[in-house]
Design a protein around this ligand. Sequence first.
Ligand SMILES: [Zn+2]
Length: 233
Amino acid sequence: MGIVLSAAPFGDDDRILRVLGPQEGKHGVFQRLGRRRPAGLDVGVCANFRLRGRAGGLDTLVDASVVNARVRLRSSYLRLVLAQYGCELMAAFGREGQPEPRLYGLLETWLLVLEAVDEDPTLAAAVALELKTLTFAGVGPALDRCAVCGQPLDETTTLDAGAGGAAHARCRPGRPAPPALLLELDTLRRTPLRDLVDTAVSSEAVETSLELLRAHLGVDLASRALWSAIGPA
Ligand SMILES: [Zn+2]
């Protein structure tokens, strides 16, 4: 079983899917289209895949049965973009061919939350998704303890997205980070996604989370720019 993270055309007739499974991790699937094309394998869809292995190449899709088509996501453009963003995050942080039960569970929860809500969620939930993804992928960041000495933070704190997160100013001089901002980020990271759909979030938290992502990815993800352009403040 897996969730489709992306689907890219290949030649005139075929596609290459990126799929995330809990045990299989991230993997590529070659989908031959044409008359016997398994339909409905769009981004975010969860399906059981029957694959034929190919030596030295991508597995080829033989057949697929859709487990959850995520029909409710399509009722709102923002929710569709946010679902796509979750998939793009997992494509960026999931490891190829390694079990990823925590990232898979996070993406599954994210998609379920987006389907369940009646109103579009605030961006607090999306920022929390970013911070949880970084944490589950094992790349921090330190937000409640010093990245240098490991002790609890105090009133004089610095933040360096590329060097593990927050630290005491005495341990690592740098750009000051208000304790209230670190507390907000840490709270978002620890709160279940479903409890954040109507929570307000500061613009500093949105920006800082993006900085932390950039430190690991080097670039902004395409759907990230889209949701910040169309999303609620
Ligand atoms: Zn320290």
